[in-house]
Design a protein. Structure first.
Length: 764
């Protein structure tokens, strides 16, 4: 609609809402009293007239305003307005004392809108012209050209305005109670859509659907929120709310930065920057989304460019780098390399930051390297077998049906064949277990079929070899050592205080499978001579799994295999275990002092620790932990001794003990005599240690969430726009019952202006 046409329509509405005013009040000569005094007297006179039983025409008009008529939207404020004189007017008094007006022109002064009125009354803003003002309480435009501020005061004292003012006493902002309910519903539906990965296009049908289903509900009938408005609410109201909460925490508390790069093929590369911070309200370490940090161009994947994006994200939110205690990244050279990597650049600027790689990837690579050692000795690759079996039956109903018949013939249940993902080597355990569950039907299937494909020939050869089952049983018995440790690394709860002992336990389990007990006693792991054949168990005593050993002996006794095959298998098993130990001891952060000193957080290990463990973090992060000096050290020692000697009730299963909540409660404990905090210093240190990462699994989970939203059918989401907002809301952890989340009044109020902000950016 053109501006001229729009202005004409607004003037028509003004004439519709026109209110007849009373005769102008008597004017005094400027020589005898000031304009302000005349204005005050005029207002008082008008107020007395409003108290008459008959009422005034202006008051009657105010009471008969019809809210159902289309309302005029208040435009934005323009430059300061001044009174515009048409012709000069002179006030004088005659001999009779009555006021007379002598005009030196055809018209008098016209009053105009003043910006100061909005500062005094926020609900009063400029109208369609400088002679009108907009009252957001009454949703009505009135004239101020007659007496200016007095017109506004007169309107504020009218019965109509006062009645509407009372109606919205319990509303949010300038919304009525019903408007607030409707806005609240729109916000909650928008958040629920984001939480469950529902496309915003679905919102186009919500408004008519709710109106049709709930005809007796005013909220449903007033609900108007299609895809554009839903997106505006998420981008301009909900996401900024959660982002602001996170930024406020990061400005005053220690945090860990987590990032990882995507493998996008588009013009922009995602480098989502997430944060681990201790939430003092829930006494939990939370994982939140801060920024997408998109990069583009030929150098989009370099450490320098990614660091610049990370630095920009912190600087624009006024977050100090000194509060960053750790950086969690995967082990790629661009992240942890010695030169020009993200880690090297950060350490140059902030040397105290702890750089933590990803032990999950180390465990994955450890198992893969061990498998290569096994392959070199006996020529069996479990990955090749599982991939061939998976792809042979994938997408073929005929082959699956044929296999089902063999399962019935052998009296076993049919299970769907699982697909192994080579980049996730530890998924091999489940795939091998599924093959072993129906090993006999599979062997019969391939032996009874006659196909010419190379894959079939490989599978036939494998299932015809009796040693194949022994190999699979060995892997089934050995891989749980890797998977169990990996479960700890995949935990979302803070577990850095367990990492040191669990790494040692993982390596000891591997060593115990092929080393003599005497070689493990009273020795540090790095001093163990595990490659010395004299320290290794003989082949018949290797811990290869009970079922694998029984099957091996049965096949040997039956003459199905030779002693040479048994010996080669045992050599392959030792090669697997030796290679695994060698790689793990080389790559795992076994000698990192920070991980060892973090053990004092574990209640079960507190007696074995000392105050020097807590002092390590005081020395490393002096700005965040200002407890240096003899007096502070003495007080910290007293708190640590109190912590070691206190009686702590443990659950039946110690693994369920909530360490994060425990230290949150410790921070609030008071000394019964002095009333001071009992563990103020120690709990402060503990909260810093709790935000330190034990793996980079959080970054992998972020990309899983991204993949659920940035799909082939939703590929237009802006990385630093809608997708970032979606990630911010989803990682606010509103689940498992997102419908119980109650939007604060600030979000409801912001949702009202969200659409207007969108229009100003994209339409105006």
């Amino acid at each position: 609609m053109s501006d001229k046409k729009k202005k004409n329509q607004q003037r028509d509405l003004q004439s519709f809402w026109a209110v007849e005013g009373q005769p102008p009040p008597a004017k005094l000569a400027r020589s005898e009293e000031t304009v302000e005094e005349a204005l005050d007297r005029s207002v008082n006179d008008r107020a007395e007239e409003n108290e008459c039983p008959e009422g005034t025409e202006n008051e009657t008009a105010e009471e008969t305003e019809d809210d159902d008529v289309e309302e005029i939207e208040a435009p934005e404020d323009t430059a300061d307005e001044t009174e515009v004189p048409a012709e000069e007017t002179v006030e004088m008094r005659g001999e009779t004392g009555k006021k007379q007006s002598a005009k030196s022109g055809a018209a008098t002064y016209r009053c105009t809108f003043k910006r100061g009125w909005t500062a005094e009354w926020p609900f009063i803003t400029l109208g369609t012209t400088t002679s009108y003002y907009w009252c957001s309480i009454c949703r009505h435009e009135n004239s101020c050209s007659h007496q200016g501020k007095a017109d506004v005061i007169r309107h504020m004292k009218s019965k109509g305005h006062l009645a509407k003012e009372q109606t919205i006493e319990q509303s949010v902002g300038d919304m009525t109670a019903q408007d607030t309910k409707t806005r609240r519903a729109e916000v909650k539906v928008a958040v629920s859509m984001v939480e469950h990965n529902v496309p915003f296009a679905v919102a186009d049908h919500f408004s008519p659907l709710l109106k049709e289903c709930f005809k007796d509900s005013p909220t449903a009938q007033n609900y108007k929120c299609a895809r554009t408005k839903t997106l505006c609410i998420i981008n301009e109201a909900v996401a900024p709310h959660f982002r602001k909460e996170l930024v406020m925490e990061m400005r005053t508390n220690p945090f860990t930065l987590i990032t990882d790069g995507s493998n996008d093929t588009g013009r922009e590369k995602m480098n989502p920057l997430t944060v681990r911070v201790y939430d003092r309200y829930t006494s939990k370490v939370v994982h939140r989304f801060l920024d997408m940090c998109p990069t583009s161009g030929p150098s989009c994947g370099t450490g320098e460019v990614i660091y610049q994006k990370m630095d920009e994200a912190l600087q624009k939110n006024a977050i100090p780098w000194r509060n960053c205690v750790s950086l969690s990244v995967d082990n790629a050279p661009v992240n942890t390399g010695a030169r020009n990597s993200i880690s090297s650049i950060i350490l140059k600027e902030h040397g105290s930051i702890y750089i933590h790689g990803c032990p999950c990837h180390v465990i994955h690579n450890t198992a893969k390297q061990a498998g290569l050692g096994f392959l070199e000795v006996c020529g069996f690759d479990p990955e090749d077998l599982t991939v061939d079996v998976g792809y042979w039956f994938k997408g073929s109903t005929h082959r699956k049906g044929y296999l089902t018949e063999f399962c019935e013939l052998h009296g076993s249940e049919y299970f769907e064949i699982l697909m192994h993902v080579s980049i996730r080597w530890l998924s091999l355990e489940r795939c091998l277990t599924r093959i072993l569950q129906q090993y006999e039907p599979l062997a019969s299937y391939f032996k009874s079929s006659d196909e010419k494909q190379p894959r079939f020939r490989r599978l036939l050869e494998a299932f015809s070899n009796p040693m194949t089952k022994v190999y699979l049983l060995f892997y089934q018995a050995t891989l749980p050592v890797f998977s169990t440790f990996n479960l700890l690394l995949q935990r979302e709860k803070s577990s850095i205080f367990l990492l040191h002992d669990e790494m040692r336990s993982f390596i000891r389990k591997l060593l115990s499978k092929f080393l003599k007990p005497a070689a493990l006693q009273h020795r540090e792991l790095h001093d163990t001579l595990y490659k010395d054949p004299s320290n290794q168990l003989p082949g018949e005593k290797l811990l290869i799994g009970f079922t694998a050993r029984a099957t091996l002996n049965r096949l040997l006794d039956a003459g199905d295999i030779t002693p040479q095959q048994v010996q080669r298998f045992q050599q392959a098993a030792v090669a697997f275990l030796v290679r695994a130990v060698e790689y793990a001891m080389k790559k795992l952060p076994m000698r990192e002092p920070l991980i060892k000193h973090a053990m004092f957080l574990d209640v079960q290990q507190r007696v074995e620790c000392g105050v020097e463990d807590a002092l390590y973090f005081v020395d490393r992060f002096p700005e965040l932990l200002p407890y240096n000096g003899p007096d502070e050290h003495e007080k910290l020692s007293e708190e640590f001794l109190d912590y070691q000697s206190m009686d702590i009730a443990m659950p039946e299963d110690p693994a369920t003990f909530d360490v994060e909540s425990f230290w949150g409660n410790m921070a609030s404990m008071k000394n019964k005599v002095t009333g001071m905090t009992r563990f103020g210093r120690l709990s402060h240190i503990a909260k810093l240690v709790l935000v330190l990462p034990h793996s980079n699994a959080d970054a992998e989970r972020v990309f899983s969430v991204v993949g659920l939203n940035k799909t082939k059918t939703r590929n237009s989401l802006a990385l630093d726009g809608s997708l970032s907002s979606i990630m911010t809301v989803k990682m606010a952890n509103l689940e498992p019952q997102c419908f119980k989340w109650e939007p604060p009044s600030s979000v409801i109020k912001a949702s009202q202006s969200a659409t207007n902000t969108y229009k100003m950016r994209h339409v105006m």
